[in-house]
Ligand binder design. Structure first.
Ligand SMILES: *[C@@H]1O[C@H](CO)[C@@H](O)[C@H](O)[C@H]1NC(C)=O
Ligand SMILES: *[C@@H]1O[C@H](CO)[C@@H](O)[C@H](O)[C@H]1NC(C)=O
Ligand SMILES: *[C@@H]1O[C@H](CO)[C@@H](O)[C@H](O)[C@H]1NC(C)=O
Length: 509
């Protein structure tokens, strides 16, 4: 019986065969050049063969990765009776290469994910052999409890006491006998919202795929006592082994006879990082598990007393502003009463409307579309002027603050509406890390079914220990949400959601 994939356990609803959550490593940049050299030295074997359209990885790295897999597969505890020897597969290598070249920090391509297993690793900085990632995947074993047959009734439990165990279970999936990996250097790679100028990206594809829900990765028993008949009883280093079956399939030779060496392609143009405030620099922390992320990006824009709304109402975040104290003495020009012309000073209009006082503070702005004329008045110490021309207008509201619980979702609390709406500023309690039933779907952009407070911890906007204030910006739905492990929370992936909207969380500083 074909099971449901393991990630289903974490509620990866729509993906029939969701892949493992990404693994990532953040070393420092000291020895970056060395590893990059290796992949960029145009005289190097890898580069030369790459130019001939052959390899996505050096021969040496291929052996390192493959041998480490077989070594670890042969040494699993409890012992495996049906673990198959892994062989290199150039088709898998090619598909991994194709994906590594997208430089997308997520699993893919989508259409292949039902047919292959996939583990990913990326790092920048310190020179790392690719086996560093392979070992990190394997090390998830410490959180994994092997399900013995007596527990598998009717399905085996999946017990993982850490954030992720599916890299490990894919590596030691008995029937996943083929592997192919590729390494690519990616420029300006977006890793969970952080832009890595140069990242080394490792993609390993496995076939047949593992991580079937309700199944143990392998059978427990005397090594090689339950090998598939096709192995003819062969056994080597505790692995089902067939003399002729393990010849590494050589890369299919291209038609070299008429093959014309192409001009070396210029290095693919790095993707431009999205225009957004610089993300926090990845720390020298190279601990795979912790992956601490801090975000200080604010939705609220800080204004000077005289700044006009027109000059600061850009993009989608033109709704919440912070005014400094002391604007009564220099309020700028204020046009209108009740609603104000876009040329008005935001803080001046805020004072006039009585939303803030001379102590400064926060205010929300809503655009009102065109108004035929604007009237003058003297209010709260501010003289506003009239205007007879029709012009775009805005009005001003206080920023409400609401305390929410760890379970509160944007869908229930403040769903997206067109045009953009204001959500109250929220206050999250402490200790939402413990509310593990409250889902978090996505990274940076979250599905509106996610817990707001847990998404905020995941995004690094608030901390578990203290809770705190945050701003939420509901946005229209997104085609896909990618899961990640950050700040102690493993978020879910979701592709092509059938309904629901999304949101972002922002720091309040
Ligand atoms: C980076 O790593 C190297 C060794 O791998 C170490 O000597 C150096 O101090 C590290 N630099 C920083 C900034 O952590
Ligand atoms: C605005 O227009 C009205 C008539 O349409 C006029 O009476 C008034 O004086 C005008 N005000 C200004 C400030 O131009
Ligand atoms: C989360 O915060 C609570 C309350 O401050 C604390 O008791 C708990 O240990 C924290 N949990 C983690 C995993 O840090």
């Amino acid at each position: 019986m074909k099971g449901v994939p393991q990630d289903w356990l974490r509620g990866f609803g729509l993906l029939f065969f969701a892949r493992t959550v990404l693994s990532m490593v953040i070393p420092n940049s000291t020895h970056l050049e060395a590893i990059l050299e290796k992949y960029m030295n145009k005289n190097d074997e890898w580069w030369v063969s790459k130019q001939r359209g052959k390899r996505a990885i050096t021969e040496g790295d291929m052996h390192l990765i493959l041998d480490l897999h077989n070594k670890l597969r042969g040494q699993v505890y409890p012992q495996a009776s049906n673990m198959e020897y892994m062989v290199w597969d150039t088709e898998l290598e090619r598909s991994a290469e194709h994906w590594a070249h997208t430089c997308l920090w997520e699993h893919g391509p989508q259409h292949m994910l039902t047919q292959i297993g996939q583990n990913l690793g990326a790092h920048w900085g310190r020179d790392r052999p690719p086996t560093f990632h392979v070992q990190a995947w394997y090390d998830e074993v410490r959180d994994y409890s092997y399900p013995y047959p007596q527990e598998c009734n009717p399905h085996c439990p999946f017990r993982c006491s850490g954030p992720v165990c599916t890299h490990y279970t894919q590596m030691v999936w008995a029937t996943s006998s083929h592997i192919g990996c590729a390494i690519n250097v990616c420029y300006n790679m977006n890793v969970w919202g952080m832009i890595w100028t140069k990242a080394v990206y490792l993609v390993c594809n496995y076939s047949p795929p593992g991580n079937w829900w309700g199944h143990a990765p392998y059978k427990h028993g005397r090594p090689c006592s339950a090998c598939p008949p096709s192995y003819g009883g062969g056994c080597r280093d505790n692995l089902c082994y067939k003399e002729n079956g393990v010849q590494r399939r050589p890369a299919p030779e291209l038609e070299e006879t008429n093959y014309i060496e192409p001009e070396p392609q210029p290095e693919p143009r790095a993707q431009e990082p999205r225009a957004r405030p610089l993300p926090p620099t990845p720390s020298s922390n190279d601990n795979v598990e912790r992956n601490e992320v801090v975000s200080t990006e604010q939705m609220c824009q800080q204004m000077d007393c005289e700044t006009k709304l027109r000059d600061r109402c850009k993009g989608t975040t033109c709704n919440r502003y912070e005014c400094p104290p002391g604007c009564l003495s220099s309020p700028g020009k204020v046009i209108g009463t009740g609603y104000y012309d876009m040329q008005s000073s935001v803080c001046g209009a805020g004072l006039h409307a009585g939303i803030i006082d001379d102590g400064g503070g926060w205010l929300d702005v809503t655009r009102q579309g065109r108004k035929p004329h604007f009237t003058k008045s003297y209010k709260n110490g501010i003289q506003s002027v009239a205007m007879n021309r029709s012009a775009n207008a805005f009005n001003i509201f206080t920023v409400p603050v609401k305390a929410v619980t760890c379970e509160t979702t944007v869908a229930r609390f403040c769903p997206y509406k067109k045009p953009a709406r204001h959500c109250p500023r929220m206050y999250c309690p402490r200790n939402c890390l413990h509310e593990t039933r409250a889902r978090v779907i996505g990274t940076q952009w979250y599905s509106d079914k996610s817990s707001i407070c847990r998404a905020a911890i995941h995004a690094g906007v608030i901390q578990n220990d203290s809770g705190g204030y945050l701003d939420v910006q509901p946005v229209d739905k997104r085609r896909q949400y990618s899961g990640s492990y950050q700040n102690g929370i493993s978020s879910e992936s979701l592709q092509n959601p059938s309904g629901g909207k999304a949101f972002r969380v922002f720091a309040v500083i």
